[in-house]
Ligand binder design. Structure first.
Ligand code: XMP
Length: 171
């Protein structure tokens, strides 16, 4: 792990609050869809920081990472079958945007489920890693091309409970 955090807890919480306010002013959404597992803390903090509370909140599981540091191209989704998105204005929340395969694939899937509009928000964005032509509508921080952990983000399910965001160096 890096000697110093990449983003400290205090800065994370400030940015979540300003991001929630920014999105609330710009988009009248009624439904949040959060991605497990990495975004579980971000979604919780974001919803509490949202000035508006008349929201439905769903979690679905999307996996594109196994135990490796490489993103696979295939997006597997669990939990979407039981979610009714017909006519909903959805905000899809993820922890980090990397190659773009996960969010771009999911936007299509949510629209196929009848969502009226789908916008995306990723707390972190690694623009250098993009492999598909996709940009998020809202993001918290742009970060360099490094593998990061903490604030819900993991390596092999470790580090999720760390309150700061750290860079994980490959051994
Ligand atoms: P794509 O490549 O589809 O990937 O945009 C998004 C998903 O990949 C995971 N991811 C990471 N997870 N540290 C993590 O703990 C990272 O640096 C990282 N980069 C990508 C993450 O699950 C995200 O939803």
């Amino acid at each position: 792990m890096s000697a110093e955090p990449l983003i400290k807890q205090e800065d994370i919480l400030k940015r979540v609050k300003s991001l929630a306010e920014e999105v609330a002013k710009d988009y009248e959404f009624d439904t949040v869809v959060g991605l497990l597992t990495g975004a579980f803390i971000f979604v919780s903090d974001f919803c509490r920081a949202m000035p508006r509370k008349d929201l439905r909140v769903h979690f679905i599981k999307a996996s594109s990472y196994g135990g490796s540091m490489q993103s696979s191209r295939e997006v597997k989704v669990k939990g979407l079958d039981s979610v009714n998105l017909e006519g909903k204005k959805v905000l899809l929340l993820d922890d980090i945007l990397d190659t773009g395969h996960t969010l771009s694939g999911l936007v299509k899937m949510l629209k196929e489920k009848g969502a009226q509009e789908v916008r995306t928000c990723a707390f972190l964005d690694k623009p250098e890693r993009r492999e598909v032509d996709f940009e998020v509508d809202y993001s918290g921080f742009k970060i360099p091309n490094a593998f990061v952990v903490g604030y819900g983000l993991d390596f092999d399910d470790d580090y999720r409970a760390y309150p700061d965001i750290w860079t994980l160096e490959e051994e």
